[in-house]
Design a protein around this ligand. Structure first.
Ligand SMILES: Cc1cc2nc3c(=O)[nH]c(=O)nc-3n(C[C@H](O)[C@H](O)[C@H](O)COP(=O)(O)OP(=O)(O)OC[C@H]3O[C@@H](n4cnc5c(N)ncnc54)[C@H](O)[C@@H]3O)c2cc1C
Length: 342
């Protein structure tokens, strides 16, 4: 019989994040498919009671917690000790956890410690004739693989956005505290700093991805470049729509070539073969040609739309669901005006 440990950590406000709830629904579905599997919830944080209460009605057989100020911040030594203790307490054979940066750092080491195996970026779980099979992508989402393992415990770090978040009634959970001796550590967490101030425009949970292409910095019909205007339109749209901002490679590369740039775009925003492959329900591209090395980064975007002056651009070749053949400066200005009124 498989014993599933659904493992998660609390966020800074003691709640559970969306990826944690997505992982819970995946773990519950897995338990359902593996007929006689047991599912235990394992929580790590300064105080996990509120988080446990939000998922009290999930049907887990028990709730375990490693709690205390030492376990509030991400830190390899304390996280690894907490996870190892939870696995032992739950006698877990399968550990299902969100692929947060915190767990992506700590869990591979724990899997070595307890003689297990780990798979990361998992996007699918299915049970075929009693055997668990997982799906994940390789080579920047170009090849999808299905695999299984006999080694236990088997750790599965789930990709964000691949499962529907769990929705259910809160209640009062009885959390059994698992005592962990705080390991000696020289690491003190003073705070967090994003890679760049503008990384705040990268919002993995946003419903919409807005991609800016190099056309925003090109000479327009009047023979002039309109960088300031482009910046205002893009910033206003991304803020009003709470969209995540992406970029083509050409646009972010311009800085390195000494050409005029939009200063709030960095390589972190780049979408494509040599950039990111974000997951959003919808995507809107403006002033981007839609060449294959860029569009390959849109594989996991649900509905795709593009605005381009060129009716023969790459998006028109079956890569977008809707192509608006129009001037993006005018379209986005109008959309921003409507958003302001709404
Ligand atoms: C190995 C390799 C890896 C690569 N990896 C990536 C990657 O990860 N990501 C990536 O993006 N690219 C990547 N590229 C580059 C890619 O092939 C393209 O060169 C790049 O995506 C082009 O960027 P763009 O569409 O923004 O610019 P352009 O090709 O210059 O297109 C600009 C577009 O803007 C339109 N336009 C201009 N003004 C307006 C206006 N007012 N309104 C509407 N439309 C307008 C034009 O019609 C044009 O289609 C890679 C290339 C290689 C060889």
């Amino acid at each position: 019989m498989e014993k599933i440990l659904y493992l998660t950590h609390t966020e800074a406000d003691a709640s559970l994040g969306k990826p944690a709830l997505e992982t819970l629904s995946a773990a519950l579905e897995l338990a359902r498919q593996l007929d006689d599997a047991q599912l235990t919830v394992g929580l790590i944080g300064e105080d996990v009671q509120a988080a446990a209460n939000t998922v009290a009605g999930c049907g887990a057989t028990g709730f375990l917690g490693v709690v205390g100020a030492d376990f509030s911040d991400p830190r390899y030594s304390t996280d690894a000790a907490a996870v190892a203790a939870l696995i032992e307490a739950a006698q877990a054979t399968l550990v299902v956890a969100p692929g947060s940066s915190r767990f992506s750092r700590a869990l591979p080491g724990v899997s070595q410690r307890v003689g297990g195996r780990i798979d990361t970026h998992v996007t699918g779980l299915q049970v075929v004739e009693g055997e668990l099979r997982i799906q994940r992508w390789y080579y920047r989402q170009r090849m999808s693989a299905t695999l299984t393992r006999s080694q236990r415990p088997w750790f599965l770090l789930l990709a964000a956005g691949a499962f529907e978040p769990w929705e259910g009634s809160p209640g009062t959970a009885v959390v059994e505290t698992v005592h962990v001796e705080t390991p000696e550590s020289r690491t003190r967490v003073l705070g967090t700093q994003p890679a760049s101030a503008d990384a705040h425009t990268i919002r993995p949970d946003a419903d919409l991805l807005f991609v800016a292409g190099a056309g925003w910095t090109k000479k327009q019909a009047d023979g002039q470049m309109h960088l300031k205007e482009a910046e205002q339109h893009i910033r206003a749209f991304v803020e009003a729509a709470q969209a995540s901002l992406g970029s083509s490679k050409s646009l972010v590369d311009q800085g390195g070539e000494g050409e005029p740039v939009l200063p709030f775009l960095t390589h972190l925003h780049q979408v494509g073969q040599t950039g990111a492959t974000p997951r959003h329900p919808k995507g809107l591209s403006a002033c981007c040609h839609g060449e294959e090395p860029h569009v390959v980064g849109w594989r996991l975007i649900g509905e795709r739309r593009a605005i381009n002056l060129d009716a023969g651009c790459g998006w028109a070749q079956g890569k977008a669901d809707v192509l608006y053949v129009a001037d993006a400066f005018q379209v986005i200005a109008k959309v921003n005006e409507l958003l302001e009124k709404s």
